[in-house]
Write a protein that binds this ligand. Structure first.
Ligand SMILES: Cc1ncc(COP(=O)(O)O)c(C=O)c1O
Length: 386
């Protein structure tokens, strides 16, 4: 009988898409479901960006371009990184990718060998563990604890780092907890990486989405010249999830390898999408702060609502659009509460365990939805427990 590869047996998917499928099956039976499971912005791509994409198609920007990306976009990103992170990378360090996710995949393939150890957050974004497992490397989890506001503690990294550690992955603002690391913590992690001679990969897809403190990048330490890898993209704060556009800033030897990964896997990122990206970076940015004012209102509403439900307690997330309430007071597991909410309250959420074992006792609510939906969900959850 023909068999699949060992690696195919080790890679895994994401619960968000499974819960969405379950919720949609209920909707087909006529049930009304309030969606808090998928991490998608609830706004449309701003019109100036969409029009730039349309114009690019009309101007026949529909052919192959260099696999590392359109030069004008890479140059616009030099300015962007200088503005937002305080260092100016060379254009050769910048690689355009079709969404941030392929950057995790190709970046890890370029850095990690079977048997290496990779440190990442738990609860954390599932793609890191999936790719580490696909490669045949070992994932070493750093628990994100509520008492530390779900921030990664550099001392925990120090404790778990070994001779085999090749890479530390950080994500801030964080999915699924909405935590934001402090500048001091980021500096300490970058320092540990330097001392122990390991790589740092920083997933900054929510970099412009903070409510109180600014985001700080650990890549500022070496300007991605030696050991740090910056991953960011246009999906979340420019509301461009379906356009598939992201970027990496990396040391030059890695950039050369990424070029060949991209040539072999995708040829290049969609050309007109990249031109829309130039407009995103160089056009009006005011809508981002306006959007964050609205998200903050939603955050406050969802946190207040969740804290009013017996058995629930919820810290105010400092970034992204995820709330991560503690549900231990219900006496049920995360999976039981998530199933109960879907079936009895018509509210689709993810169990914290979808993001790792340390997510037990928590749920993830993606509150990129309307205030009306938030109010309706809170009321429905309350009633479902009566
Ligand atoms: C932490 C994190 N990284 C990466 C991604 C994926 O980004 P993209 O859609 O640009 O591939 C997400 C999306 O949810 C995310 O939460």
């Amino acid at each position: 009988m023909v068999e699949l590869s060992d690696g195919a047996g080790r890679i895994y998917g994401e619960a968000a898409f499974e819960v969405l499928a379950k919720a949609q099956a209920l909707e087909r039976q006529g049930r009304e479901i309030l969606h808090f499971e998928i991490g998608e912005p609830d706004i449309e791509t701003p019109d100036n960006i969409a029009q730039a994409g349309i114009r690019a198609i009309q101007k026949k920007k529909t052919h192959y371009v260099p696999s590392v990306g359109v030069l004008e976009l890479r140059q616009a990103l030099q300015d962007e990184v200088e503005r937002t992170r305080g260092y100016r990378p060379d254009v050769e360090q910048i690689v355009i990718i079709p969404g941030l996710k392929p950057g995790i995949f190709f970046g890890m393939l370029g850095i990690v060998d079977p048997g290496d150890e990779v440190i990442y957050q738990d609860p954390g974004y599932p793609a890191y563990g999936s790719i580490v497992s696909f490669i045949g490397a070992k994932g070493v989890c750093i628990p994100l604890l509520e008492e530390n506001e779900f921030r990664m503690n550099p001392a925990d990294i120090e404790e778990r780092i070994t001779e085999k550690t090749k890479l530390i992955v950080v994500n801030s603002p964080q999915n699924p907890t909405g935590s934001v690391m402090t500048r001091k913590e980021m500096d300490e992690i970058a320092e540990i990486a330097e001392e122990r001679d390991v790589w740092v990969m920083s997933d900054e897809i929510y970099s412009k989405m903070t409510y109180e403190d600014d985001h700080f990048s650990p890549t500022a330490r070496d300007g991605c010249a030696e050991r740090t890898v910056l991953l960011d993209g246009f999906s979340k704060y420019y509301a461009m999830t379906g356009w598939r556009l992201g970027y990496m800033v990396v040391p030059k030897p890695l950039a050369a390898r990424l070029q060949d990964f991209l040539v072999s896997a995708v040829s290049c990122t969609a050309t007109f999408t990249q031109w829309a990206g130039v407009e995103a970076l160089t056009g009006d940015q005011a809508f981002i702060s306006e959007m964050m004012v609205r998200y903050k209102e939603k955050r406050d509403r969802v946190v207040e609502g969740l804290n009013s439900i017996p058995g629930f307690s919820c810290l105010a997330p400092k970034g992204a659009y995820y709330a991560f309430p503690n549900i231990k007071g219900t006496g049920m597991t995360s999976q039981e509460v998530a199933d109960h909410l879907l079936n009895n309250a018509g509210v689709a959420v993810l169990p914290g365990t979808s993001f790792g074992p340390y997510g037990e006792g928590y749920l993830r609510f993606s509150y990129a939805t309307s205030l009306e939906n938030i109010d309706a969900a809170i009321e429905s959850i309350r009633r479902s427990f009566e």
